[in-house]
Ligand binder design. Structure first.
Ligand code: ADP
Ligand code: MG
Length: 574
């Protein structure tokens, strides 16, 4: 095979966005996988040791790199994928900057072995901390195998910024999940420290991969979607609203098979779900967009994780309409929940659960005993003046210096949070558990499963008893007493979503506080709940007596004050 890798002309180099930075192991894996896919491989074997820090090997059966090209491949700005300036405006490959192998080689020891179809033997070369070894022949099948060892060995500063090894490996699993969804026709194998994590045979139907990658519950609630016009075609899946997620980790947008993060598309999806979803929920979506290469600029993000469209509006409108229509076409009857609502529930069962006495649960008993929490549901019609609820959301009241506006949900959340926290601290010593009469089997996505395993000791300290069953499924045998009437799967998934975002080291206190924030949020009156004057007044009084009352447990303000000065100014009174 003849030579085909050449340095990019200087002028194109200048146009290319900032260099790819290999900041963590997953970025190296991503670049290697992308190269294999660009080489037309339909089988990728990814072997990881020590979360990628010790060793990463990606072996593919793609077209290979010729002997003439091998030494070029890891020089900076050398590529076979882009030869002219016009090329930049319609990129069809995942890579195009010619930087990845050079960047990886700069921070590791790298070995490249490759064989093209026309050659009788392959060639292998080692690059150790910038020093290029000798090219030697090697017997191997057509394809490429790149091994990256001792990543960041010579750059301890970068190592310092890495998260725990488990976190780094979880990122690699997330990447593999995305790749497995975008390329169902590619055989993918991932192993870690000698253990095969998954081995996915080729398939023509991406759905076959969903149960393993995203869990059976997601699979069971899937709604297929498709759309096509002359500009864009969209295919993929949503799920029924009640299997929406507590985090964004089940949202996948692929543009011409490239995984990207696109807030506008995601918000169009969320908008289309509208009131079918709580504001804090993330709809599950796996959306594949296919549109002409010249309508997408992929050269906008250092790691190519974002793209720009020639026409954003067209895309977003298409998404909004398609999602709405898909939801309208399906029977979205909600699954019955296995927990009894308390706090203000909405829906038809309102009259029943309205009375405190009917809530037969630990929380209900606390309510009855008036220990915890203050009860918003006592309906009393003693009207006091000067307090106004608007849009079933804000409470307006005059103060000595002007007026205040209170967000009823945020305020109630803070009140409940502080009360639950107090109760929880009291119980902390003996940490009462509630043994479930039947263990609950929960099934998680791959990365949630890893996160649970990582946190089992902490969750146990908090009062859970959780056992790994098999693959991504777990048995929950006991929960903290305070949570006995909750939907366990939902509670855990919300907790994990929060922990995933947590930057600080996690300890029991963080976990407990997260659970309590969750409980408070679920118990609190919602935006949209009508309050009587008495309830609204009680809420404000209680808020005033609550510690940390300026914000809700998630940090949103509970209250905004507008002083008279400001009002006078608005009306040009002074
Ligand atoms: P880019 O992918 O942007 O071209 P890279 O530095 O990632 O830049 O790779 C440089 C070149 O090496 C590629 O253009 C390609 O020709 C070659 N190459 C890298 N990995 C592979 C592979 N797995 N199979 C075939 N060719 C490869
Ligand atoms: Mg590349």
């Amino acid at each position: 095979m003849s030579k085909k890798i050449f340095p990019l002309p200087q002028q194109i180099v200048a146009q290319i966005a900032a260099g790819e930075v290999i900041e963590r192991p997953v970025y190296a894996v991503k670049e290697l996988i992308e190269n294999s896919l660009d080489a037309g491989a339909d089988s990728l074997i990814v072997t990881i040791e020590d979360s990628g820090l010790k060793k990463i090997t990606v072996t593919d059966n793609g077209e290979g790199i010729s002997k003439e090209d091998l030494l070029e491949s890891f020089k900076p700005h050398t590529t076979s994928k882009l030869t002219s300036e016009e090329g930049l405006s319609h990129i069809s490959t995942l890579g195009f900057r010619g930087e990845a192998l050079a960047s990886i080689a700069a921070v590791s020891s790298m070995t490249i072995a490759s064989k093209t179809i026309g050659e009788t033997a392959g060639v292998i070369v080692e690059v150790r901390e910038g020093t290029v070894g000798k090219l030697s022949p090697i017997g191997m099948p057509v394809g490429t195998s790149i091994t990256v060892q001792n990543l960041f060995g010579a750059v301890p500063a970068r190592k310092k910024f890495l998260k725990s090894k488990r976190t780094e490996f979880r990122h690699i699993m997330d990447l593999m999940t995305q790749t497995a969804l975008a390329y169902p026709q590619v055989h993918l194998q991932l192993s870690h420290n000698g253990k095969i994590i998954f081995d996915l045979p080729k398939t023509i139907d991406v759905l076959e991969r969903v149960p393993l990658l995203l869990g059976n519950t997601t699979y069971a609630n899937i709604l297929p979607l498709s759309y096509e016009d002359s500009y864009v075609s969209i295919s993929g899946f949503l799920t029924k609203p009640d299997s929406a997620s507590r985090s964004s980790h089940k949202q996948f947008i692929f543009i011409n098979q490239r995984r990207v993060v696109d807030r506008l598309i995601l918000s169009a999806v969320k908008d289309a779900y509208g009131t079918l979803l709580e504001s804090t929920a993330y709809p599950v979506c796996i959306l594949f967009f296919s549109l002409p290469y010249e309508f997408v600029d992929v050269n906008v993000h250092p790691r190519k994780e974002e793209v720009r469209f020639a026409d954003n509006q067209l895309i977003n409108e298409a998404v909004y309409r398609t999602v709405k229509q898909t939801l309208a076409e399906h029977n979205l009857i909600f699954q019955p929940r296995n927990f009894k609502g308390w706090g203000l529930s909405d829906g038809e069962d309102k009259p029943k659960s309205w009375r405190v006495g009917s809530v037969d649960s630990y929380a209900g008993r606390l309510l009855k005993e008036k220990r915890v929490p203050w009860d918003i549901r006592t309906v009393a019609e003693s009207v006091s003046g000067d307090l106004l609820q608007i849009h079933s959301l804000y409470l307006l009241s005059p103060t000595k210096f002007g007026m205040t506006i209170v967000d009823q949900h945020a305020a109630h959340e803070r009140i409940l949070y502080e009360q639950f926290l107090e109760e929880f601290q009291k119980q902390k010593k003996n940490r009462p558990q509630f043994i479930l009469s039947k263990p609950v089997l929960i099934d998680m996505s791959f990365s949630e499963g890893e996160l649970i395993k990582e946190h089992i000791p902490l969750l146990e300290q908090a009062g859970f008893t959780i056992e790994h069953f098999k693959a991504n499924t777990f048995f929950v045998r006991a929960v903290p007493l305070l949570f006995q009437d909750r939907n366990i799967a939902e509670l855990l998934s919300e907790l994990l979503a929060d922990l995933l975002q947590e930057k600080k080291p996690r300890d029991l206190d963080t976990v407990s506080r997260r659970m309590i924030a969750y409980l408070a949020c679920r118990g609190a009156v919602k935006a949209g709940d009508r309050l009587t004057k008495k309830q609204a007044k009680d809420l404000l009084e209680k808020l005033a007596q609550t510690p940390n009352n300026a914000t809700c447990p998630h940090g949103r303000p509970t209250k905004v004050a507008i002083d008279l000065q400001k009002l006078h100014k608005m009306f040009k009174r002074n």
